[in-house]
Design a protein around this ligand. Structure first.
Ligand SMILES: Nc1ncnc2c1ncn2[C@@H]1O[C@H](COP(=O)(O)OP(=O)(O)O)[C@@H](O)[C@H]1O
Ligand SMILES: [Mg+2]
Length: 320
């Protein structure tokens, strides 16, 4: 049987008999990560799944011309979903056609835009057509569309994670719609699996939201290492940048950690910093982006600044 390390995604061939019926702890000889490996499920009725990437895997490009931004951090609660929503709406307000993709089974992005019981990428994968255009919702906000998430998404991880070339499934689906959007911004879960690896394989830019707290640099470091692995294996064109979020400028520890992050990662950090702002919490209760909840809110204005910083750094005219 083939098992794959959850940490470094290296694959190993091992004898089935070495793995107990209820799973056995194994250690990856490459990165040292310990995880539980399970025996393969009993012989499937359908032929084994294998994914054939649509274009041959390119070596110097991820195959897409659009700007695809992944919001990633292996740590939870660092404002990934908040950043996805508020950066997306800011780009839309700057006249960019934006698609948000909720690639987290928790569906927080979908819920924060006021949707429930929608289709998701699971239904895309179970439809006859590979084109995901029919599953995209035009939201009530101008220029802003959403590919939502739902609980079925968990089944995708079970079915596809680890199959040959699973990393390219999202990239190949996005190829159908990339011309319809200027920016595609993807919210990801804080774990390594089908969703995070597919997102990083599709993305041109990864934004790593980071709080200035004890151990937060570890989360960034871990995420950057993982991005480097994806860069080597499936997406050589990926770029990444750290965004300081939930920043409390009255807190000395936060000031020290922000200075450390800027020292360590220099130009790999955004100039824009998103401060702690109660308006974010209030706006999420109202299920709306913060700039619509309060157009003078400092976090709303900062997410606009972030959108402009991205447009200035990564091309596209800024209509101020
Ligand atoms: N700038 C901010 N100021 C105050 N609260 C924030 C800010 N950004 C995010 N939050 C809150 O922090 C919590 C975690 O944010 P969330 O975006 O859900 O993180 P993640 O997606 O990384 O788990 C949420 O309750 C959110 O409302
Ligand atoms: Mg989230």
């Amino acid at each position: 049987m083939i098992i794959m390390c959850e940490n470094c995604i290296k694959k190993f061939k091992i004898d089935d008999k070495l793995i107990k019926e209820n799973g056995s702890k194994v250690r990856c000889s490459d990165c040292g990560h310990v995880f539980t490996a399970y025996r393969p499920a009993p012989a499937p009725k359908e032929p084994p799944i294998k994914y054939n990437p649509k274009p041959p895997i390119p070596s110097s490009t991820n195959g897409l011309t659009g700007n695809i931004i992944s919001i990633s951090n292996q740590k939870g609660g660092v404002a990934k979903t908040t950043t996805c929503l508020n950066l997306g709406i800011s780009l839309a307000l700057l006249n960019k056609r934006v698609l948000l993709i909720d690639f987290d089974v928790q569906s927080n992005l979908t819920i924060s835009l006021g949707y429930r019981n929608t289709n998701s990428f699971y239904e895309v994968m179970n439809s006859d057509s590979a084109n995901l255009a029919n599953f995209i919702i035009k939201t009530k906000y101008n220029n802003l569309s959403l590919l939502p998430s739902n609980k079925n998404m968990v089944l995708l991880n079970k079915k596809y994670f680890g199959i040959q070339n699973f990393e390219f499934i999202l990239r190949d689906r996005l190829a159908f719609i990339k011309d319809q959007f200027d920016y595609i911004v993807i919210d990801t879960p804080p774990s390594i699996g089908f969703f995070s690896i597919n997102t990083l394989t599709s993305a041109n830019l990864v934004i790593i939201p980071c709080e200035c707290e004890y151990l937060s640099t570890h989360g960034v470091d871990y995420t950057l290492k993982f991005i480097n692995l994806v860069k080597e294996k499936t997406n050589p064109r990926i770029d990444s940048k750290i965004l300081i979020t939930r920043y409390d400028d009255t807190n000395t520890v936060a000031q020290l950690i922000a200075a450390k992050l800027k020292r360590m990662y220099k130009e790999q950090t955004f100039g824009t910093v998103i401060e702690l702002d109660d308006k974010i919490k209030e706006s999420s209760i109202m299920r709306m982006p913060v700039i619509y909840y309060d157009k003078q809110s400092r976090s709303g204005l900062k997410y606009m600044r972030l959108a402009k910083e991205i447009l200035e750094s990564y091309g596209g005219e800024v209509s101020l």
